[in-house]
Design a protein around this ligand. Structure first.
Ligand SMILES: [Zn+2]
Length: 118
């Protein structure tokens, strides 16, 4: 199983050196990515974590769960607080968001159409 982490960050104390630091205002318009992320979250499994995450940009409490989307042998893991980085801080969306969205759209739109035609 391949596991891909999206929207996990290092912090100022360098506790998570495998992850980057978020860059604020790198993206001017995240509206498309936010729509896609909503769709992904609606079609993922939500898992609750032990503690709350803290926003690396503004220091506010930022989510206590993560969303797991599985596609064949790949698991994508996205913390619920990722939305806040895209929405409030203009952090550039991971290209994986579009990739997962394309897969999820094909999968779940088909299911939706099947049921609505009945
Ligand atoms: Zn913030």
């Amino acid at each position: 199983m391949r596991i891909i982490y999206i929207g996990y960050w290092n912090n100022k104390d360098n506790m998570y050196p495998d992850f980057p630091l978020p860059v604020e205002k790198e993206s001017k318009d995240n509206s498309e990515a936010i729509k896609q992320l909503k769709f992904i979250m609606e079609n993922s499994q939500e898992k609750f974590c032990k503690g709350a995450s803290t926003c690396r940009c503004c220091g506010n409490s930022n989510g206590t769960s993560e969303f797991v989307y599985q596609d064949k042998n790949t698991k994508y893991i996205i913390p619920s607080g990722y939305m806040h980085y895209l929405d409030s801080h203009g952090v550039k969306p991971s290209p994986y968001i579009n990739e997962i969205y394309q897969k999820a759209f094909v999968k779940f739109q088909r299911v939706g159409k099947y049921f609505s035609n009945k």
